[in-house]
Design a protein around this ligand. Structure first.
Ligand SMILES: Cc1cc2nc3c(=O)[nH]c(=O)nc-3n(C[C@H](O)[C@H](O)[C@H](O)COP(=O)(O)O)c2cc1C
Length: 174
C-alpha cells in the first residue's frame, strides 16, 4: 500500500503537534512526515496521497517576523504540479476567538491553489460544528479541510482528529 505524506509547517508549533497526532492515529507505518521548509514540488510528486497541514497567521503578515514563513516559501511549489487522481486533504490551525473574522483563512488559500491544479478535496467539514464570524475556508456550508483550534479549544482536538480520520480513511485506503 502506498504511504500517505503529511506535508506540514511550520516546525515545532501547533501544526507540528497536530501533524504528529494525526500520524499516530493513522498509523506510523502508513505515513511519511514531510516538513514543508525542506520540500519542493519534486517531493509532492512522489506521493498519490497527501495531507497538508497549515496555520493561518494573519492574512497580510506572512513576511513579518512572526509568520508562517515555511508555508510562504512553499506555497509557490503547490501550483507547479497537477493533482488529478491524487487523494488530497487539508487540516488548518486557527484561533476562532481572536481571529473570528478570518478563521482558518489559509485553508482557503491553499485549497484554491490545489483545486486550480486539478485537486478534488477529501475531508470537508460541516461549518455548523464551529463558532466563528467569517471564514474564506467555508464553501456551501463546509470548511475545505479540518479546522483545529489549539489556542481556545485544545480539549476538542483529539475528538476532531479521530472523527476526521474515520471520515477520510476510505478515500485514503487505510
Ligand atoms: C500574528 C498572528 C496572526 C494570526 N492570524 C490568524 C487568523 O487570521 N486566523 C486564524 O484562524 N488564526 C490566526 N492566528 C492563530 C494561529 O493560526 C494559531 O495560533 C495556530 O495554532 C498557530 O499554529 P503554528 O504555531 O503551528 O503556526 C494568528 C496567530 C498569530 C500569532
Amino acid at each position: 500500500m502506498s504511504k500517505t505524506a503529511i506535508f506540514f509547517g511550520p516546525l515545532k508549533g501547533s501544526v507540528n503537534r497536530v501533524a504528529d497526532k494525526l500520524k499516530n492515529l493513522i498509523g506510523d507505518d502508513k505515513v511519511v512526515m514531510v516538513p514543508v521548509n525542506s520540500a519542493s514540488v519534486a517531493d509532492i510528486e512522489k506521493y498519490d496521497k497527501i495531507i497538508f497541514g497549515i496555520s493561518t497567521v494573519g492574512k497580510d503578515t506572512w513576511k513579518s517576523t512572526y509568520s508562517n514563513v515555511d508555508w510562504a516559501e512553499f506555497l509557490p511549489e503547490i501550483s507547479k504540479t497537477n493533482y488529478e487522481g491524487k487523494t488530497i486533504a487539508i487540516f488548518g490551525l486557527g484561533d476562532h476567538i481572536t481571529y473570528a473574522a478570518t478563521f482558518v483563512d489559509h485553508i482557503a488559500l491553499l485549497a484554491n491553489e490545489l483545486i486550480k491544479n486539478g485537486a478534488v478535496l477529501s475531508g470537508l467539514v460541516d461549518a455548523g460544528e464551529y463558532e466563528y464570524h467569517e471564514s474564506e475556508a467555508v464553501v456551501d456550508g463546509k470548511f475545505l479541510g479540518l479546522p483545529v483550534d489549539e489556542d481556545f479549544e485544545p480539549e476538542l482536538t483529539d475528538e476532531r482528529l479521530e472523527k476526521w480520520v474515520k471520515q477520510i480513511s476510505a478515500d485514503f485506503g487505510w
